[in-house]
Design a protein around this ligand. Structure first.
Ligand code: NAD
Length: 389
């Protein structure tokens, strides 16, 4: 069938299999030009089908030669409804990795559930023996607690006081002002339950309990800090509280893995266009300005550039875990937060409006990247051609 994009706010209801495969291929080709010394051999990635998790998988496989198990929650095709982008990405990744002689297994289901943890454990025992790296890259709107069955929904809200600031309606290219009321205490708690570190800990406990971790296993989860203009809604908001909980979990996991000489890390990554970041108020407008500045300064990076740097320069390679910030985190956001980049962003921020959006930001680039997440807008794809969904 012929597949066209069908965007609704910050999601696309359709995805293009060939476009998604080409996206994976492009990242794979970038990764293949790099090499991660002392890379892990067998990696479990939780949240492996899009964004930072997919780029981690591609970097570890094609720059590091790792075998991978990818866990994700994606929608297969149904009748004449195409599958989700992450589904097509994962099918393409498996094909390309196997062509390179690498083992690549996919598990589609709710990573928060005990059932999916058991499936992963069974697969590791059957195919890998043990694993030596776990990447935790989930971004989810909700979580069902595996013990109580309670459903927790994450919210993107400030804490304490309401927030009023600029945001963009990407479809209409309109800059508007948004006011978001502060989160209630139970919403802060729910966001921590979904996006915090509890499930990361549960995965490590489950794997350790089955003796499936090699000595010296490393595990990493991702965080974001960003500039002050985003703090009310990010760092100081509900999602920031969840990211603080990730730091608590890192300490707990380090304690759990001490016996096997394991190490847990939190990496602060830069802002990129993903399905998760598109849903955060204020952030798409900030990213559109940031991209314009970083492209002009020649320091623009996407997910794959970031993830190659993470595994090659920070987690593995010649001097692993050496350059950390005051809180012991890996920092990949040094270009984003550099003084000259932020100075230029702050110069634009108060001036930006619907009228000058195209001059003062890279909104077109943002939209292109957004469509690309779903396999659309690529020159290499003939969108008029029938494809098998
Ligand atoms: P994304 O939306 O691209 O990817 C989310 C992944 O989680 C997908 O693979 C999806 O299938 C999976 N997933 C969601 N719910 C699941 C469930 N219940 N079970 C199994 N899999 C599930 O998100 P992203 O932007 O790559 O975010 C990944 C991590 O990186 C998050 O912790 C996010 O906070 C962090 N981060 C993102 C940015 C950014 O700008 N996008 C910046 C810094 C840090």
């Amino acid at each position: 069938m012929i597949i066209q994009p069908k965007t609704r706010g910050f999601i696309s209801l359709t995805a293009h299999p060939e476009g998604c495969a080409n996206n994976v291929k492009e990242q794979m080709e970038f990764a293949a030009e790099h090499s991660i010394a002392d890379a892990p051999k067998n990696v479990l990635l939780i949240g492996a089908s899009t964004g930072y998790g997919l780029a981690s998988r591609i970097a570890l496989a094609f720059a590091g030669g790792a075998n991978t198990i990818g866990v994700f929650f994606e929608r297969p095709a149904d009748g004449d409804k195409p599958a989700s982008a992450g589904w097509y990405n994962s099918v393409a990744f498996k094909k390309f990795a196997e062509q390179k002689g690498l083992c690549a297994e996919n598990i589609n289901g709710d990573a928060f559930s005990s059932d999916i943890k058991e499936q992963a454990i069974a697969l590791i025992k059957q195919k890998f023996g043990k694993i030596d790296c776990i990447v935790y890259s989930l971004a989810s709107p909700k979580r069902i607690d595996p013990f109580s069955g309670e459903v927790f929904k994450s919210v993107l809200k400030p804490i304490g006081t309401s927030f009023t600031g600029k945001t963009v309606n990407v479809d209409r290219e309109e800059v508007t002002e948004v006011t978001i009321e502060p989160a209630a205490a139970d919403e802060v708690y729910a966001t921590e339950k979904v996006m915090g570190g509890e499930d990361w800990e549960l995965w490590i406990q489950a794997l350790l309990g089955e003796n499936l971790l090699e000595n010296g296993t490393k595990t990493v989860a991702y965080s974001y800090v960003g500039p002050e203009i985003t703090w009310p809604i990010y760092a100081n908001g509900t999602i920031g509280a969840a990211k603080d909980d990730l730091m608590r979990a890192r300490t707990a996991i380090n304690f759990l893995m001490a016996g096997i000489g394991g190490r847990a890390a939190v990496s602060v990554n830069k802002a990129v266009v993903t399905q998760a970041s598109a849903a955060i108020p204020v952030v798409p407008l900030y990213i559109s300005i940031l991209f314009k500045i970083m492209k002009e300064k020649g320091c623009h990076e996407g997910c794959i550039e970031q993830m190659v740097r993470l595994f090659r320069d920070h987690l593995y390679g010649i001097s692993p875990m050496k350059s950390l910030d005051d809180e012991g985190r890996i920092r990949l956001d040094e270009f984003e937060l550099s003084e000259d980049v932020q100075h230029a962003v702050l110069d634009i921020w108060p001036k930006i409006s619907t009228e000058n959006l195209n001059q003062l930001s890279d909104i077109k680039g943002y939209k292109q990247e957004f469509l690309k997440l779903f396999g659309f807008g690529l020159e290499s794809v003939d969108y008029g051609k029938d494809v098998e969904i």
